[in-house]
Every structure is written in structure tokens, then in C-alpha cells.
Design a protein around this ligand. Structure first.
Ligand code: ATP
Ligand code: MG
Length: 298
């Protein structure tokens, strides 16, 4: 039996901790992905790990491993101009397809997904090229596909630095809250439409987890924020990437708002129950929010 709601959150966080074996298995393909890209792109530079696994905001079984494939400028130029990102994605897909013949490979928005068999899961390869550095601090900025044929600018290292700093200011509750929100997302079929990168920047820039707060209080504020923003995009707080979408369609925005309103209602009920000492009821309400992923009290 759990004594407190905090113990329930600790248990859920432990259950969604990425499994090191799963991550290692995917990382083991790194060398062969590099070889495939090296063969097809004359100026291929390197494969850099980016995404939630570099920031401890990944969750078990659901967070992909993201690689930024840094191509040379000449690899993305034709007739003196940078080609459409969709053309580069098609080339990357072909390069990986000829190396991993029996593995499912597909395009998904800005990346090529290699779906390794045997429970190793998906590896996302995002092609990009160096496009400059951030103002004063000189972090590399890359152009990556924007998902609709063009390119957008991003600086994974600079964004990570920002998220780490904001995480420290929130007494490290930010990372846990992000992972819990990913659990909320995937606890439903179909999952709640919601892009992770937006979520991290949103909570960091809104200061949702700042101060002395329980996970429950952070989540309630996050659900209210998601509900009230109506699925709108976020201006990159660092001004590097422009508008960062949370969903791709109006239909997805509507679904997100509905799910967030439902979650805010039950999170509110859970916090009230906890304050009144009704711990069984608080667990029951969190189990509604997390669709059964939150542990039973007894
Ligand atoms: N709209 C965007 N603008 C700029 N950079 C982006 C954008 N979307 C994704 N990225 C970069 O690509 C990385 C990988 O994105 P992805 O969608 O896999 O999210 P994630 O943070 O890895 O979360 P998840 O755990 O869901 O995989 C991000 O961490 C970020 O560096
Ligand atoms: Mg990822």
C-alpha cells in the first residue's frame, strides 16, 4: 500500500524510466547508419544524438532515439540552391533502405524512421546542415526539414542548455513533469496529439514547475495551460526556431484541448481529495487522469 500520493508518482516515474538495454540496442545501429550515409552523401559529417534521450525526458518504449545526420552543404545543394527538404529526406530514405533491406523504413514529418525489429524500436534520422551559430554563445545552428518540404532552424545543444537551466530553477521537477505528461499522452489509444518539444519549451518558459510544488500541482497547471492555449503554436523562447507547433491540424488541436480539460478536472479533484486527507480518492482520480497507468493505492 502507498502511504502518500507522492509515493504513487515516484512509482509511475520509475515504471516509465527508459530501459538502458532498449536504448543500447538502438544505439548499436549507429555505426551502420553512419556507414550508409557516408556511402551516399559525399560530404556527410557525423551523426549527433539529439532529443529527449539527451535531456532525461524520454520514456520507456515510446520515446524514439533521435539522430541529427549532419550533411555537408554541397549534399543539399543543386544548381546553386538548397533543394527542398523532402528531396533530401527521400535521398536519406533511399540510402538507409539499401543498407537495412529487411527493416521497415518510412518518412515521418521531418525525419526518416528506421523501425528495428526485435523490440529495439524506432530510430529517427533527421537530416540537417550547419547553418551558423547562435548569437553570443556560439552554439551550432542547423537547418532541418520542417515537415512540409522547407527547412527550419534549430540548435539542439542551445535548447538543451536552456531546458537544463530552467529545470534546475524548478528544483528538477520539470523533467519529471514532462515525463509524466508523456505517460498521460500515451496512456490512451489513440494517444493524445501533442508534440514533445513544444511541451518542454512551453512548461520551461511558462515557469509551470517553478517554486516548491508537488508533481500533482505541476500537472494541474500544465493541463490548464494546454487546455487554455487551444493548441496554438509557441514562439521559441530563444528565438532560434520561430513558431513551434504543438499539433499539426485543427482536429488534433480540438482533441488535445478536450483531453487536457478532462485531465485538469480530475487532477483538480485529486488535489482537493489529497488536501482533505482522502488519499484513496486522490489515487482514484489520478488513475482516471493516467487511464490506469497510475498505480492503485493498495
Ligand atoms: N519544431 C521544432 N523546431 C526546432 N527543433 C525541433 C522541432 N521539433 C523537434 N526539434 C528538435 O528535434 C528533437 C527531437 O524531436 P522529437 O519530436 O523526437 O522530441 P523529443 O524531445 O525527442 O521527445 P520524445 O520523447 O517524444 O521523442 C528535439 O529535441 C529538438 O531538438
Ligand atoms: Mg525523440
Amino acid at each position: 500500500m502507498f502511504r502518500s500520493v507522492a509515493d504513487g508518482f515516484a512509482k509511475l516515474l520509475e515504471a516509465i524510466e527508459p530501459n538502458p538495454k532498449e536504448v543500447d540496442a538502438r544505439a548499436s545501429h549507429r555505426r551502420s547508419i553512419e556507414q550508409a550515409l557516408d556511402t551516399s552523401f559525399a560530404n556527410f559529417n557525423r551523426l549527433a544524438v539529439i532529443g529527449s534521450h539527451t535531456r532525461e525526458t524520454a520514456i520507456r518504449g515510446y520515446s524514439d532515439v533521435d539522430y541529427l545526420a549532419v550533411l555537408g552543404k554541397a549534399d543539399v545543394m543543386h544548381g546553386g540552391k538548397v533543394v527542398q527538404s523532402s528531396t533530401v529526406l527521400a535521398n536519406v530514405r533511399r540510402a538507409l533502405g539499401s543498407r537495412f533491406k529487411s527493416t521497415e523504413i518510412r518518412n515521418d514529418g521531418p525525419s526518416v524512421v528506421v523501425n528495428f525489429k526485435g523490440g529495439e524500436g524506432a530510430v529517427d534520422v533527421v537530416p540537417g546542415y550547419w547553418s551558423g551559430t547562435t548569437g553570443q554563445d556560439g552554439y551550432p545552428v542547423f537547418a532541418i526539414p520542417d515537415g512540409v518540404g522547407g527547412w527550419l532552424l534549430t540548435s539542439p545543444q542551445r535548447h538543451s542548455k536552456y531546458l537544463v537551466e530552467e529545470g534546475a530553477a524548478s528544483r528538477y521537477k520539470l523533467k519529471g513533469t514532462i515525463r509524466l505528461l508523456k505517460a498521460w499522452k500515451y496512456a490512451r489509444t489513440p494517444s493524445v496529439p501533442l508534440l514533445s518539444f513544444h511541451l518542454e519549451l512551453l512548461l520551461a518558459s511558462a515557469g509551470t514547475c517553478k517554486g516548491i510544488k508537488t508533481y500533482g500541482a505541476c500537472l494541474l497547471d500544465a493541463f490548464r495551460l494546454l487546455r487554455d492555449r487551444g493548441g496554438s503554436a509557441l514562439n521559441d523562447p530563444l528565438g532560434i526556431s520561430g513558431r513551434i507547433p504543438i499539433v499539426y491540424t485543427a482536429h488534433q488541436a480540438e482533441a488535445l484541448v478536450k483531453h487536457a480539460a478532462h485531465a485538469a478536472f480530475h487532477a483538480d479533484a485529486a488535489l482537493s481529495a489529497e488536501q482533505s486527507g482522502l488519499i484513496d480518492e486522490a489515487f482514484r482520480q489520478w488513475r482516471i487522469v493516467f487511464n490506469g497507468w497510475f498505480p492503485s493505492r493498495r
